[in-house]
Design a binder for this molecule. Structure first.
Ligand code: 0RA
Length: 647
């Protein structure tokens, strides 16, 4: 009897520890899940799904179903072995209860595969439990069905046997605690994006997501091709230069899986993952990959005399132009570093990835000499274009230094010399440009009209862009030159001279039609690619000309969208009024343009964020691509894009 008593005392002490642990989670949730905002909310689901993915990686599970119930509670169901239910020898409670109530117990009870440490994932399902109003787990195992329930992390029912079960698996259901989270509404899109990614990264696992809320949908992700399918998905709007290259290997207890394909664009798009976590800041797997690519392609080009003795090596940037790649490593004890803990730090991984990618890529090039030639030709073109662009950029810089006074002829400059007070309106079309020149406050507002011709820049080739007269006068007017070679490693652009910027507000003013949207997209793309510091520092804006004018006698009002028009018309119901829908800026006289779009007291201007510009760049790539389908899509996609900017 004494022995039992001792165990009971021991059990209580454990319970106190448990409560203390989960209490810490509820006191400082952000320490465990990053934030109590939408991100943290979604993180709960990822944490639970990760457990099922671990079971899949261990080879015991191939089906995961996720449900968003109508009250925004979540269920995750898998067909794995089921959480262990036997009594834990030290804790005296079922294994599943230990996992659910003891902080960091996850690792010890895990199915023994690659465990994530650090970072945000892998904090353990007990954290989800602590931050849920309620959580319920059902285990099918040993021919039986078990159930246990918790509230805010506290066990409220013993693990009960509630029936029989002919299969095995685990179902975890929970409702995020509204006392903890700012918002408890799940986004189908956010969850589906991450689940799709997990399905790519863990081939053969079938993952479904069902939204049971009103108007909800269901999606199923299952990719037999794994990362090869991922690459096809990423390149779906582009033309591939060859079949997707895909390889995997396991050495030193580490899985390395890589997919890559060159396409007809000029962008580099490399995604990296470590233990299924998106390592947005890169790290040792990325650097190993880059080193191997540069080395192998240069070696091949020399060996086959495509690069001659006198030629210098192709640079990494040139080699990666138009490359889409995904690198996924699964390793023991990953080290996550960097500002957002999304940079893989394990030193040994860089050499490992370098070796594996080196071997497989050489093999591929040897086996497919025609493709190898195409890839190297592309890198050579990139290298020549970069040289040409560098020269053009230097020429523009030199010119503007030498002939300091020769600002573009079309520029109507302002009289103020302090750049922080100055604004440059980049205006579509000469006629609107004329109105803007007359309507502006010439003390601090400068006007640069651009002709619609820049629409004819066919491809996003930098040297071609720079050959364009309109783009050149814009660069000269801004005074900074270009921020060249903005790669992921070099975001700071030391050479870029922000202090030379002649206007601290650069305002794009285009018509509210498709052409206007097109020209704005092109300009945003240009700023995003070649003057990104201007975007980063919030110097780029978009003007919002009104869509309607309502007029009755001397009284007039403007509306910037259809919703506002409805409001405005309420003030005119009993009067005789006229309604004008502006098709372009050119239909406004200088005074109207001033009072609606340029007067700082009355106008609305939207500051462009990096995301806006990135999106423009994507739209742009789609529009300029050679495939017909996505180009047709553009009109609808762009319509949404315009609306987003209007918010
Ligand atoms: C530890 C051991 C075993 C299974 C699991 C954990 C497991 C946990 C979760 C969480 C969600 N789904 C899960 N599936 C399995 C199995 C031990 C054994 O059967 O030998």
């Amino acid at each position: 009897m004494a022995a039992v008593d001792t165990q009971k005392v021991h059990y209580d002490a454990e319970q106190i520890q448990v409560l203390k642990g989960l209490d810490a989670v509820r006191k400082r949730p952000s320490m465990y899940i990053g934030s109590t905002g939408v991100r943290g909310l979604h993180h709960l689901v990822y944490e639970v799904v990760d457990n099922s993915i671990d079971e899949a990686l261990a080879g015991f599970c191939d089906k995961i179903d996720v449900f968003i119930h109508s009250d925004n509670s979540i269920s995750v169901i898998d067909n794995g072995r089921g959480f262990p239910v036997d009594i834990h020898p030290e804790m005296g409670i079922p294994g599943v209860e230990v996992a659910m109530t003891v902080l960091h117990a996850g690792g010890k009870f895990g199915s023994g595969g690659y465990k994530v440490s650090g970072g945000l994932h892998g904090v353990g399902v007990s954290v989800v439990n602590a931050l849920s109003e309620w959580l319920q787990v059902e285990v099918s195992r040993n021919g039986k069905l078990y159930r246990q329930r918790y509230e805010r992390g506290v066990t409220v029912s013993k693990l009960e046997e509630i029936g029989k079960s002919a299969h095995t698996g685990t179902k975890v259901s929970f409702k995020p605690d509204a006392e903890i989270f700012d918002k408890t509404e799940y986004s189908f899109d956010t969850l589906s994006q991450r689940l799709r990614e997990l399905a790519f990264l863990n081939k053969g696992v079938r993952i479904s997501l069902t939204d049971e809320r009103e108007g909800g949908e269901e999606v199923v992700f299952e990719y037999k091709g794994g990362i090869a399918s991922f690459i096809e998905y990423l390149n779906k709007n582009k033309i591939g230069l060859h079949k997707v290259v895909h390889f995997e290997d396991n050495r030193d207890n580490t899985d390395v899986e890589v997919g890559l394909q060159y396409n007809d664009s000029y962008m580099e798009n490399i995604l990296t993952f470590a233990n299924n976590i998106n390592t947005a800041e890169g790290g040792t797997h990325l650097s190993g990959f880059k080193t191997a690519m540069t080395r192998v392609i240069n070696d091949y080009a020399r060996k086959n005399n495509i690069l001659k003795e006198k030629d210098s090596n192709l640079s990494g940037d040139d080699i990666r132009e138009g490359l889409t790649a995904v690198i996924s490593v699964k390793l023991l004890n990953p080290q996550f570093e960097g500002q957002t803990k999304t940079k893989l730090g394990n030193g040994e991984i860089s050499g490992l990835v370098n070796t594996i990618v080196g071997e497989k890529l050489s093999e591929f090039l040897e086996q497919q000499p025609a493709v190898a030639k195409r890839i190297i030709e592309k890198a050579l073109t990139a290298s020549r274009a970069r040289d040409a662009a560098r020269k053009a950029s230097e020429l523009i810089k030199r010119k503007s230094v030498l002939e300091h006074s020769t600002l573009p002829g079309k520029l109507a400059d302002c009289s103020e010399k302090d750049p922080t007070k100055c604004e440059l309106y980049i205006v579509e079309g000469d006629s609107a440009g004329g109105s803007a020149k007359q309507g502006r406050d010439r003390r601090y507002q400068a006007i640069l009209p651009l002709r619609g011709k820049i629409l004819n820049v066919e491809k996003a080739r930098l040297d071609k862009m720079l050959a364009n007269e309109e783009i050149r006068s814009m660069i000269t007017a801004l005074g900074t030159g270009l921020a060249m070679e903005t790669t992921s490693e070099d975001e700071d652009n030391d050479g870029y001279n922000l202090s030379k910027l002649r206007y601290h507000r650069i305002i794009i003013m285009t018509d509210a039609d498709v052409d206007g949207a097109h020209i704005r997209t092109l300009l945003l793309t240009f700023f995003y690619r070649y003057m990104r510091p201007l975007v980063n520092n919030g110097h780029i804006y978009i003007a919002q000309p009104p869509l309607y004018q309502v007029k009755s006698g001397k009284e007039k009002a403007y509306a910037y969208d259809d919703k506002e028009l409805k409001e405005v018309l309420k003030n005119f119901p009993r009067k005789k009024y006229s309604l004008q829908r502006y098709k372009g800026l050119g239909e406004m006289n200088p005074e109207q343009l001033w009072e609606t779009t340029m007067d700082a007291e009355r106008r609305i201007i939207l500051q462009v964020t990096l995301e806006d510009a990135f999106e423009a760049d994507e739209v742009f790539s789609t529009l300029m691509g050679d495939k017909v389908e996505p180009r047709r899509d553009f009109i609808t996609r762009n319509a949404r894009y315009v609306r987003n900017l209007d918010v």
